[in-house]
Design a protein. Structure first.
Ligand SMILES: O=P(O)(O)OC[C@H]1O[C@H](O[C@H]2O[C@H](CO)[C@@H](O)[C@H](O)[C@H]2O)[C@H](O)[C@@H](O)[C@@H]1O
Ligand SMILES: O=c1ccn([C@@H]2O[C@H](COP(=O)(O)OP(=O)(O)O)[C@@H](O)[C@H]2O)c(=O)[nH]1
Length: 724
């Protein structure tokens, strides 16, 4: 039976050692609490770290058995690994960078090496248990390399990846020395999910700017596969929190707290200790509230739960000291015999006590500087059976994209936050209920179960999409078949595109000169009297002549405008005009001046706007604009607009690589054809070939007319070598 293997750094159960006994208890943190409700279904299993350093093999065995009985498989980490991988790379490099706190980020090579090694450790653990039909669902920033590692070991397996923290602007990602490896690691997945569309947009932009990979509607083309990218705002187990809040135990705790607090009204804040959560700023805002509105003294208290977290990381330890200091100062200044302004707890609470806190609070303060989602906000909403209560929510929490009925604030604006607290305390009940009802409907419907289903459905869709889009890979057996047919044939035609096929791309096209090996390969292939080798390119004839003209090969240049048979003169495909250039060139010049890095190539019978060196997003936008502008001008003329790989070309209509290549097929009457190309313009060649021809697309091949695809220029070289 197929099942889902959830993989995250932390398991939903953590194990504590007190003297000689081990205690198993629920982990804190949104990932563990959120997914805690789903992993036990359908034979699923959760792979992760149990938070314990085992001291003997027997202990390891015992822990493994206990966890296995509850559908978990532990990955044990050593103290050194936790230091370098968890506290180091995960929480001192990635966490601050992804939350826009680069001033706290460190860049240690040894931490990176530990990160790679621990991701490999997780990879081994997953591979040991994953069957061919299992779905692997990798979670979060601690395991960014894992999808690609798994993909290398199991090319066909189904892998989903979800990032629980923000994905920041490309400007922050580019600071990381290991940025490309991290992005490549994520791209091993079939589906990559984020909490919000904003994070998804940043990711696609980073992938485009740093790896040069394009996407359309969240569909990303890597050299080998189509990867889907989408936004899935995570929900909570609504009923669990609603039921906990209605439980006898929660009511009893609430009664206790009420008795102790007497008539004091309650503002609540609950977070892990983290500088991203805006705890210090929130305390200052509470102080501003007491200064601006002295009438709240003795009438309102802040109950603040801070759950210990990552306290071995220096920034967390100093934040703890800062919070202690601010709480001490405010309490010392405002406290009376009858009233404590801030009730501060530095520990975690069991579910029923948390539920009682959610119940008793009239206002919840969720005011992070940055937060992937924030589940506390949603748990507060689920706990409010009587719909009274106000949520104050930071605009920089992922949850703010959904919970627009909260009072949305900028967490750095302490004045605004203090006013929001006042507004919340005086908000009429009717308005509270209206806002709360709307948020409850949303949080109840988009819960963690619907979130999981949506993700899993989309992951299946990603797999189907890959199958329908992909052309067949030119694997060992099809290559053997190709070579066998080639060897048996008498009249072979080899149509080879140049850029992206024979040669790799260079940001300066004039630098993509042929290397010695390519020249030798073409020479030797063309020397065989049974072969006709044609380089079929969009390049101008002068460049092709200079680079390859001494070889005994044929040429189709400028996408079919100029033709040359080996040893003969260049001829035009048909009579052409180029008087149109005077009108079109100024338009292209306008786009060059508006798009830094782009330039014009003036060929004999065409004009080309190149944008490979320009900013990816800006030039993609300009390219759309230019195509529609040129297409409008070209209508009712004999001109055509062609889109290639980061180029837009305008030229005489009716001529393309396909029409030119057909002339070779008709004249030469080959009994074997191989046509290789990487570009939109090579599709014309593929489309013009008879069905038995070996048409090969270089790179991933959504909607290609080619029968096969290979990954890149290295594979092309290998294939040509095999033909010799
Ligand atoms: O495992 P820890 O180092 O103790 O940290 C706890 C978790 O913190 C982060 O939670 C995130 O996930 C939540 C659910 O999606 C989300 O609401 C929150 O905004 C995130 O910060 C972290 O991403 C997890 O990996 C940690 O386990
Ligand atoms: O004493 C506590 C306080 C909080 N939490 C839980 O910790 C999670 C915090 O998740 P959130 O998404 O708000 O932030 P994260 O800590 O993951 O960054 C929530 O589910 C809380 O219920 C907990 O288990 N024990």
């Amino acid at each position: 039976m197929s099942r889902t293997i959830i993989v995250s750094n932390r398991l939903p159960t953590k194990i504590l050692r007190t003297e000689n006994t081990l205690t198993f208890q629920p982990s804190e943190g949104g990932l563990a609490t959120g997914l805690g409700s789903i992993y036990r279904q359908d034979g699923n299993v959760w792979v992760g770290w149990p938070g314990l350093f085992v001291e003997s093999e027997e202990e390891e065995q015992h822990v493994r058995q206990e966890l296995e009985a509850d559908s978990m498989a532990p990955v044990f980490l050593t103290e050194a690994e936790i230091h370098d991988f968890y506290e180091g790379f995960s929480n001192s490099t990635l966490w601050p960078t992804f939350h826009y706190f680069t001033q706290f980020a460190t860049y240690e090579q040894s931490h990176w090496e530990a990160y790679v090694a621990v991701n490999e450790k997780f990879c081994q653990a997953v591979l040991e248990m994953a069957g061919p039909d299992d779905t692997i669902w990798v979670h979060d920033y601690q395991l960014l390399l894992l999808p690609e590692m798994l993909r290398r070991a199991r090319p066909d397996c189904t892998i989903g990846f979800f990032l629980h923290i923000p994905f920041p602007s490309h400007e922050l990602i580019r600071v990381l020395p290991w940025r490309n490896e991290l992005l490549q690691g994520m791209l091993g997945a079939d589906l990559i999910g984020f909490h919000t569309y904003g994070y998804m947009r940043h990711f696609l932009s980073a992938v485009s700017q740093l790896l040069g990979l394009n996407s359309q509607n969240g569909q990303l083309q890597t050299p080998t596969r189509t990867v889907l990218v989408d936004a899935f705002p995570m929900g909570i187990d609504y009923d669990r929190y609603a039921q906990a809040a209605a439980s006898e135990a929660a009511l009893a705790h609430e009664a206790e707290y009420r008795e102790a607090l007497r008539t004091t009204r309650v503002i609540l804040s609950i977070d892990r200790l983290d500088y991203t959560k805006g705890i210090a700023q929130r305390l200052r805002a509470f102080e501003v509230l007491l200064q601006r509105y002295p009438e709240w003294a003795e009438r309102v208290s802040l109950i603040m739960v801070v759950v210990p977290s990552r306290d071995q990381v220096a920034q967390y330890a100093s934040l703890k000291e800062e919070i202690d200091e601010i709480v001490g100062r405010i309490n010392a200044q405002y406290r009376t015999i009858y009233w404590t302004p801030i009730h501060y707890f530095y520990r975690s609470f069991p579910l029923e006590e948390l539920a009682a806190l959610y119940r008793i609070a009239e206002v919840a303060l969720v005011t992070p500087m940055r937060d992937g989602m924030n589940l506390v906000a949603k748990e507060f909403i689920a706990s409010k059976a009587d719909q009274r209560g106000v949520l104050i929510l930071s605009e920089r929490a992922g949850a703010a994209r959904e919970l627009s009925d909260a009072l949305i604030i900028n967490p750095t604006d302490t004045g605004q936050l203090a006013e929001a607290m006042h507004d919340a305390l005086v908000m009429p009940e009717e308005e509270q209920m209206q806002r709360m009802a709307a948020m409850q409907a949303l949080v109840q419907q988009y819960n963690v179960f619907s979130w999981t289903k949506l993700f899993m459905d989309r992951l299946s869709y990603a797999k189907i999409k890959q199958l329908t889009l992909a052309t067949e890979t030119l694997d060992t057996s099809t290559t053997t078949q190709l070579v066998t047919e080639y060897q048996a044939a008498e009249r072979r035609l080899l149509l080879l595109d140049y850029d992206g096929t024979l040669a790799g791309f260079n940001t300066n096209p004039q630098r993509a000169r042929p290397d010695e090996e390519m020249l030798l390969l073409l020479q030797r292939l063309a020397e065989n009297p049974r072969n006709r080798v044609v380089v079929i390119s969009g390049r101008d004839r002068t460049t092709l002549q200079n680079w390859l003209g001494h070889l005994p090969i044929d040429f189709i240049a400028e996408h079919g405008v100029w033709l040359r048979r080996a040893g003969e003169e260049w001829t035009l495909f048909q009579t052409l005009r180029n008087d149109w250039k005077t009108e079109i060139r100024p338009i292209l010049e306008l786009y060059v001046s508006r798009t830094a890095g782009s330039f014009i190539e003036d060929k004999e019978y065409s004009l080309v706007w190149h944008y490979r060196r320009a900013d990816a997003e800006l030039s993609a936008m300009r390219a759309r604009e230019l195509v529609s502008h040129l297409t409008f001008l070209a209508s009712n003329t004999d001109l055509q607009v062609m889109e290639g790989n980061k180029v837009i070309e305008i030229k005489n209509a009716g001529i393309n690589k396909g029409t030119a290549a057909s002339r070779w097929v008709a004249e030469y009457e080959p009994d074997f054809i191989v046509a290789i190309g990487d570009d939109r313009t090579d599709e014309d060649t593929f489309g013009a070939m008879p069905p038995e021809a070996y048409t090969i697309k270089v790179g991933s091949a959504p909607r290609s007319l080619a029968r096969f695809h290979v990954r890149g220029t290295t594979d092309v070289r290998q294939l040509l070598r095999k033909l010799l």
